[in-house]
Design a protein around this ligand. Structure first.
Ligand code: ZN
Length: 136
């Protein structure tokens, strides 16, 4: 099983953003390299139905693609939350066109706060579970 290295401070940043947006879905970009997240960029959720889907600001993606070109880090994935849902891909998530290179992080949030966090890699058009590790 593939591993995603997510330092505890970045994990906390994702959880905090997902809690702040509850009961709407939060979303953002994961920057890094080699399965290691080095930076988390929160995005506004541009979806017309943010309580049940997410859309990362495309301008933010373009900005960070350009930003990353100079260094070795790049956009390696994205995260979003499932308010009062499970930390697994929804039917809507499965219907997205997958970019094979991108890692998905999904966080379940309730009114008590962020709960489970799971990571998925894309393989043969499926989202496959990854192990999240806080250190490399
Ligand atoms: Zn989802």
């Amino acid at each position: 099983m593939k591993k995603l290295f997510l330092p505890t401070d970045l994990e906390a940043q994702i959880r905090g953003h997902c809690e702040d947006n509850y009961p709407q879905e939060a979303c953002g970009i994961l920057i890094g390299q080699g399965g290691q997240v080095t930076k988390v960029i929160p995005s506004p959720n541009l979806s017309a139905t943010p309580e049940k889907s997410f859309e990362i600001d495309p301008a933010l993606i373009i900005h960070h693609q350009r930003d990353c070109r100079a260094g070795s880090d790049k956009i390696i994935g994205h995260y979003h939350s499932h308010p009062d849902g499970q930390a697994v891909p929804s039917t809507h998530d499965h219907a997205q066109n997958y970019d094979e290179a991108l890692i998905w992080v999904i966080v379940s949030v309730t009114k008590k706060g962020a709960q489970d966090m799971n990571a998925f890699a894309t393989h043969d058009g499926q989202l496959v579970h990854m192990v999240i590790s806080t250190q490399k």
